[in-house]
Design a protein around this ligand. Sequence first.
Ligand code: 5AD
Length: 348
Amino acid sequence: MRKLIDKLYKDGDLRESELLDLITNITPDDREYLFECARNKAREHYGRNVYLRGLIEISSYCKNDCYYCGLRASNKCAKRYRLDKSQILECCKTGYELGLRTFVLQGGEDMHYTDEILLDIISTIRKSYPDCAITLSLGEKDAESYQKYFDAGANRYLLRHEAYSSDLYSKLHPKNLNIETRLDCLKNLKQIGFQTGCGFMVGAPYQTYEHIVKDLRFIKDFQPEMVGIGPFLPHSDTPFGEEQAGSVSLTLTLLAVVRLLVPTVLLPATTALSTASEDGLVLGVRAGANVVMPNLSPLDVRKKYMLYDGKKSSGTESAQAIDTLKEKLETIGYEVNFSRGDNIKFAN
Ligand code: 5AD
């Protein structure tokens, strides 16, 4: 097993059969060794820095009906809200004053936000905060729209691929959504020049180790600038409400493997990881993660952006508690970094 890990560290790659062996048979001792390798790899490129992104959840409306997500259109119990331009700018102001230099606008696929409305918001943030990065996470759009957002000043786009296997993808999503469209979107984003993020949930219903290996191969081939990986967590008002949560230790293993497959990736310790485990943040960074995305949404809407039961939005997940975050990370020898934190392939 160590030989396999050493090979992954040295070559930044493994065959499918080797990846399968690694994630299926890794022992706790080997996992510690894998984490150490992942931390060393992160250090080579980003030192002991952990980059911050202020997360603004702009809308809990969604036209899609993904079986796992609490924001799905069919969830009649979901509390819905959307932020207008002035509320979003207010979040940026709060974030800027706290020292954040990346704003992530994330939301369900809410048709209220036409391109005209979005372009107005993006270009105003761009003008008001020329030194900040703007990340969008607003789902599938056509290439023309993505291009317009980029031209208006957006720099990065997060769009998890969710499942590279079309079999699994179709078990997690209704028929109108498919992996081909998702992959087209990701290719378009990259081609336009966005720092692009993909990713998936660990332990989603029906997901096997073989599926995960396909996700890892895709990530290696696509060479994303960012990757979001967190455990699946059930939401009681969805078709998967009674399903088991994904495993924290497998999530950590996969964070480390992704760090070694794509050494320069910006890799968050996700909110789902922190929700699943009290120490999720520290465990994630110890497994090679180097990004945290504290929540900047207005306090009165945070409980309404419920992707899964119990989603954390306070403590180290809150932008208002960056000091706590900083202390926690310093205890394990890491430094909170307040710069834009671009992928080094894009840094000038
Ligand atoms: N558990 C964990 N992650 C979830 N997401 C959506 N629903 C859940 C859930 N129940 C993730 C998806 C999506 C991102 C915004 O949140 O991967 O891309």
